[in-house]
Design a protein around this ligand. Structure first.
Ligand SMILES: C=CC1=C(C)c2cc3[nH]c(cc4nc(cc5[nH]c(cc1n2)c(C)c5CCC(=O)O)C(CCC(=O)O)=C4C)c(C)c3C=C
Ligand SMILES: [Fe+2]
Ligand SMILES: [Fe+2]
Length: 368
């Protein structure tokens, strides 16, 4: 689309700074039509599925959408809350708490959230931020580890949005924070809290969302970033190499994905006599279908059926106060140099800008 007309530019406007927290997205409701709509948008993204379009379109519309939508809807129904999708609720609360946390520390920053697929869409939220006078936007993905399938897709959507905008705000994009001390420390504290109340496991599994192995072969750093998070977290917890494992979950389709897969690994551990495992999912900053249903229900069942005795799922960072402070740390590092609060001399500058704006309008009127 060609760049659209803008309202007349005014010198007096004060540019505001905003943080946009972007998560993957979730269906609007746990029913088949909503899940189908969501899966259609998600799985049509060429960043997510790299199969040639014509072939994939046949598989998607002929097999996946007709058969998977109702099955996934039933899974969503099992984790849905009275207030809606857990993923959306946590993301919304994180944004609200982050705004408050920064505000209390003198940073007058707007914080909004958007979803890559579904609602609120990146398009609608970027439009709103523009209408609210935000001329500097820091985009923070909810994914600590970079992957072309997720992080890059958010960037695609942001760039696509601005392709039709004439007056684009200043933009900064956070690529990853898989090794950021604030993120690792928040994870460590959450695990230690769990162990304080529940005791320690024989093994800690760190289960990350998988991606096709092919993406690793093509140079996607996701696998390495997951392992780095795993190493740093284990070191922060004082674990030895035999006390933890990094695994990958949520395999989709028949191709090989990153290994070892979470479900067969827990079954193997149970058969080898491991009595208790704890599973944490550091790649998800909010609990969602993949953690609450796949790990805390399905994988738990796999472990117990194979002879395991005790299974603990350790919740995601969600809106824990440690994580809100951690997000603020990460955001402030990337906001560096941007005004985030009332500036000294703002009144004078506003008066000067307003005067300049009137003069500019007069000059424009004369030209027209
Ligand atoms: C088809 C390929 C998929 C890739 C590649 C993929 C990568 C990927 N996904 C996440 C995070 C989440 N995925 C979630 C759900 C989900 N993921 C896929 C497929 C791929 N993901 C599907 C089809 C679904 C929908 C559910 C289902 O039908 O199985 C979610 C949960 C969303 C929710 O509403 O709760 C998250 C979060 C990451 C981080 C990632 C690559 C690194
Ligand atoms: Fe996924
Ligand atoms: Fe899944």
């Amino acid at each position: 689309m060609r760049p659209q007309p803008e309202p007349d530019y005014t010198h007096g406007s004060i540019a505001r700074t905003a943080i946009l927290l972007v998560n993957l997205g979730t269906p609007d409701a746990p029913d088949t039509p909503s899940v189908r709509r969501y899966l259609k948008q998600f799985l049509s993204d060429p960043r997510v599925v790299e199969i040639p379009r014509a072939v994939w379109s046949l598989i998607l519309h002929g097999v996946i959408l007709p058969f998977r939508s109702s099955k996934s809807a039933a899974k969503y129904a099992s984790i849905w809350t009275a207030e809606g999708s857990p993923l959306k609720l946590h993301t919304e609360r994180q944004a609200r708490l982050l705004r408050g946390y920064l505000g209390e520390r003198g940073h007058a920053v707007e914080v909004a959230y958007a979803m890559r697929y579904g609602n609120p869409s990146i398009d609608s939220v970027l439009d709103k931020l523009k209408a609210d006078g935000c001329d500097r936007i820091l985009v923070v993905p909810a994914y600590p580890q970079y992957s072309g399938t997720t992080t890059a897709s958010i960037w695609d959507a942001v760039f696509q949005h601005y392709a039709s905008v004439r007056n684009i705000p200043e933009l900064r994009l956070v690529k990853h924070y898989h090794d950021h001390a604030a993120y690792i420390d928040a994870l460590r504290d959450s695990i230690l809290d769990h162990w304080k109340t529940n005791g320690r496991p024989d093994k800690l599994l760190m289960s990350f969302h998988g991606v096709p192995k092919r993406t690793l072969m093509l140079g996607d750093p996701y696998h390495c970033e997951c392992h780095k998070t795993g190493r740093l977290l284990a070191a922060a917890l004082g674990l030895t190499a035999d006390q933890y494992l990094v695994t990958f979950q949520s395999r989709f389709g028949k191709a090989e994905w990153l290994q070892p897969y979470t479900a067969p690994t827990v079954a193997r551990l149970a058969k080898e006599g491991v009595r208790r495992i704890d599973v944490v999912c550091p790649g998800f900053t909010s609990d969602c279908l993949e953690t609450l249903e796949e790990i805390a229900m399905e994988v738990k069942q796999d472990f117990l059926v194979a002879g395991g005795k005790e299974f603990h799922y350790i919740p995601c960072l969600n809106e824990s106060s440690r994580w809100i402070a951690g997000m603020a740390d990460i955001a402030l590092q990337h906001l560096h140099g941007w005004p985030t609060g009332p500036e000294p001399g703002l009144r004078d500058r506003m008066a000067r800008d307003a005067q300049a704006s009137r003069e500019h309008a007069l000059a424009l009127g004369a030209e027209r």
